[in-house]
Design a protein around this ligand. Structure first.
Ligand SMILES: [Zn+2]
Length: 185
């Protein structure tokens, strides 16, 4: 059952539908791995966001988590950190273009732009911004969806999400937001 959190709060009908018909078993596997990285981020005192980039042949090209809290770099989002790994590895453009970035939550506009800039063409994300925004209303850096950014990209972008919504929510609800974190954005 999807959206158990929002069903219990009477918000499910206001939320975008899950996009899981696009999700293969392989996609589900790697998206869940991004949840693992999101939990790793939280355990290190960061916000719970994770990302992983996987080539079409199954090779992991990058794995990253948000490290904004431990570094003080507010651009250290999981997707940005993954994209930087792709750049510093100087990977072949066609390898990157055929890869998929999986992230535990919908990329913000900054990350979506970086995803396009590095040459990725496919993104699968877990929790979407409307759901995340409902949990954390103060956390929305730019009021622009990743699909808005992708639609402006020079090359066609494929984007699936929200996916595995219940599992994605479990990463965030009941665990992320301490009183201290609410005052540190
Ligand atoms: Zn971001």
């Amino acid at each position: 059952m999807h959206d158990r959190f929002f069903q219990s709060n009477s918000h499910a009908d206001q939320m975008p539908p899950a996009d899981e018909h696009h999700l293969s078993d392989t996609d589900s596997h790697w998206l869940r791995q991004s949840f693992v990285w999101a939990n790793a981020a939280r355990l290190r005192g960061n916000r719970p966001f994770g990302a992983i980039v996987v080539a079409s042949n199954g090779r992991i090209l990058a794995e990253a988590f948000s490290n904004t809290q431990e570094t003080g770099d507010r651009t250290g989002h999981a997707e940005m950190n993954a994209v930087r790994q792709l750049g510093t590895a100087r990977l072949q453009a066609d390898l990157v273009a055929g890869a998929t970035l999986y992230c535990s939550a919908e990329p913000c506009a900054m990350c979506a732009s970086a995803i396009c800039a590095v040459g990725l063409r496919r993104v699968v994300f877990g929790l979407d911004w409307p759901r995340l925004h409902h949990i954390r209303p103060d956390l929305r850096p730019i009021n622009l969806s990743c699909r808005d950014v992708f639609a402006s990209a020079a090359a066609p972008m494929e984007c699936a999400g929200p996916c595995l919504v219940d599992e994605a929510l479990a990463v965030y609800e009941d665990s992320w937001f301490s009183a201290d974190d609410r005052h540190s954005t």
